[in-house]
Write a protein that binds this ligand. Structure first.
Ligand SMILES: C[S@@+](CC[C@H](N)C(=O)[O-])C[C@H]1O[C@@H](n2cnc3c(N)ncnc32)[C@H](O)[C@@H]1O
Length: 180
């Protein structure tokens, strides 16, 4: 999601509030019983676009955020470069994504879950490919440090990341380099 210059709160239930699709589901998780208010926050326009080829001018946005999305891009470097391109100098990018835990006990559970149980569940599904894709996409995704290096290569700086949920989720925050 791209935040226009009007300025928006990011992520969580506030992000859910402005999402036309899935807002109910996300809000329900955050605040059971609360319904999405209206069709979106004022000043927010919804547009579909290819994340690898964003139809926006350079330096247009104050902030860009993506939750559980960059792992699925066919070309991660290009997606990061596009998000960086549309940010204003000094603008912030925040990326929320699944990552692989490296320390036991969660690393052991993660391996058991993704290598054994998820493919097994797929055998009972009408779409077993989806159950192979998820573990593969997580395994092929860079480590938190690797993603930080890619963000730097995309022209971002002041990169920080936080590992959450016992090591299975990472939030990266980075700032677009200011013009020299
Ligand atoms: C794991 S899903 C997550 C969707 C959503 N962020 C959520 O949390 O429910 C990843 C999404 O990325 C989308 N996607 C993959 N490549 C894309 C691209 N080049 N441009 C836009 N969306 C893309 C897929 O269609 C898919 O809906």
């Amino acid at each position: 999601m791209l935040s226009p210059p009007v300025g928006l709160p990011l992520l969580g239930s506030e992000l859910a509030r402005v999402q036309p699709v899935g807002a109910g589901r996300l809000l329900h998780r955050a605040h059971p019983g609360v319904e999405p208010a209206g069709r979106g926050a004022q000043g927010v326009r919804f547009e579909w676009a290819d994340a690898l080829n964003l139809p926006y001018d350079d330096g247009r946005f104050d902030a860009v955020t993506v939750g559980f999305g960059v792992r699925n891009l066919a070309d991660l470097d290009r997606g990061l470069a596009e998000m960086s391109r549309v940010l204003k100098p000094g603008g912030r990018l925040v990326v929320l994504e699944i990552t692989q835990p490296t320390r036991p006990p969660l690393s052991l559970f993660f391996s058991l879950w993704f290598d054994r149980i998820v493919p097994l569940l797929g055998a009972f599904s009408s779409n077993p490919e989806a159950y192979r894709y998820l573990p593969e996409s997580v395994r092929n995704f860079p480590s938190p440090l690797g993603l930080a290096q890619k963000l730097e290569a995309a022209g971002l700086e002041r990169i920080r990341y936080t590992i959450l949920a016992g090591g299975i989720i990472a939030i990266h925050s980075a700032v677009k380099e200011s013009a020299a």
